[in-house]
Design a protein around this ligand. Structure first.
Ligand code: AOF
Ligand code: ZN
Length: 367
């Protein structure tokens, strides 16, 4: 039975451990684990890297013999399958834990409740659902990827209060203040890819790296460039700190493709049309183990991704400024809907501040 005060205390610690590893587990979830025996914490752990130990394995190793008769708090259902590592539920059974408290079940079809069933079959008391919403939110990218096989796409954009991402002359540095810009680096770190359109590369020649990235874990730079016009001297080509992937239309210039590939750029043909088929593009990125993408496109790419229903989450930074100008670009460009009732609506909205900028977050609902 849940002893809410105590159980919540330890589960919050497990969630904190998990949260701090966000951005370093690739397509894997972030998971934290705390082992408690007689009111004393005897083991702590988090899943730190894909291919290495799961949270429970680290925490139980620390607990050693103290794990016998203990309560194990874990933010995600212990796995029951052989992946890159053996099943955690077998490890818990072998350690003779008395009770396991789980925040959320694992939506991985290979697990999906089997871990919990297996623990119960071995006489271990299991409570499920404590702080479930926190755990689920923390793993929203993993949950979407593992159940749909498509990358979780977060669109990030920054505009003025009158909805402009640049002035009418195209000037855009900077729309938002330093706190918001710092947050964007953390956001990049928490995704496996950063995606822009060729227009952005040509206009701004961005580096698309993140200051907060861990060596070897820079998000891939993804450029949507149907006609393969990416200049060979663009910084995303010349700079080798991160992988660069170009989504192009099939039948693109073969000679240019060879030149880019010689520079280490991966070119992925996506569909037979004149423009990149974005859905095929997302699927091909998923096949390459890219499970989450931060879309930082211009209005055209953002609009096309939205119309293709490929965006899962929107984060809009809004600066307390008015820039005006009918030609000043906006965050989304797409064929407008005729009726307000046909608008794409967002749910689960939240609003917070980042310095003097407003941060609006929500999830588009596709009817
Ligand atoms: C847990 N604890 O800490 C994690 C779990 O390839 P592997 O062996 O790393 O397995 C990855 C899968 O295991 C992943 O898709 C998810 O279902 C689960 N992750 N499970 O019990 C953990 N990271
Ligand atoms: Zn596991």
């Amino acid at each position: 039975m849940l002893d809410v005060l105590n159980d919540e205390y330890y589960m919050r610690l497990a969630l904190d451990l998990a949260a701090k590893a966000a951005g370093q587990t690739e397509i894997n979830p972030v998971v934290g684990c705390v082992v408690v025996k007689g009111g004393r914490i005897v083991g702590l752990g988090a899943h730190l890297r894909r291919g290495e130990g799961h949270a429970e394995v680290h925490a139980l190793a620390m607990a050693g013999g103290e794990a016998e008769g203990s309560t194990v708090y874990v933010t995600l259902e212990p796995c029951s399958h052989h992946g890159k590592t053996p099943p955690c539920c077998d490890r818990i059974i072998a350690a003779k834990a008395a009770r396991v408290v789980v925040a959320a079940t694992d939506p991985n079809p290979k697990v999906a409740g089997r871990g919990i069933t297996r623990l119960r079959e071995h006489g271990i008391e299991v409570d499920v659902g404590l702080l479930e919403a926190e755990s689920t939110l923390m793993n929203e990218k993993f949950n979407a990827f593992i159940t749909t096989g498509m990358p979780f796409v977060t669109l990030k954009t920054a505009s003025t209060l009158d909805g402009r991402v640049a002035s009418r002359t195209g000037h855009s540095q900077w729309v938002t203040g330093p706190v918001a810009r710092e947050q964007v680096h953390l956001l990049r770190h928490q995704h496996q890819g950063i995606m822009v359109g060729i227009g952005t590369v040509v206009a701004d020649d961005p580096l698309l790296t993140t200051r907060t990235a861990v060596t070897g874990l820079h998000p891939a730079r993804i450029v949507v460039d149907s006609r393969l016009t990416l200049p060979l001297d663009a910084r995303v080509v010349a700079d080798k700190t991160a992988r660069t992937i170009v989504l192009a239309a099939e039948g693109c210039d073969e000679e240019k493709r060879r030149l880019l590939e010689a520079e280490g750029v991966e070119v992925i043909p996506c569909g037979t049309g004149p423009l990149v088929d974005l859905r095929i593009g997302m699927r091909k990125l998923a096949e390459r183990d890219i499970g989450s993408i931060l879309l930082e496109g211009g209005g055209k790419l953002n609009g096309a991704m939205l119309e293709a229903e490929l965006i899962h989450k929107i984060i809009l930074y809004m600066a307390p400024k008015l820039i005006g100008g009918d030609e000043a670009p906006q965050s989304f460009r797409f064929q407008g809907r005729e009726h307000m009732s046909d608008a794409i609506e967002l749910e689960r909205m939240s609003v917070e501040m980042a310095g003097s900028d407003i941060v609006i977050k929500g999830y588009p609902v596709y009817k």
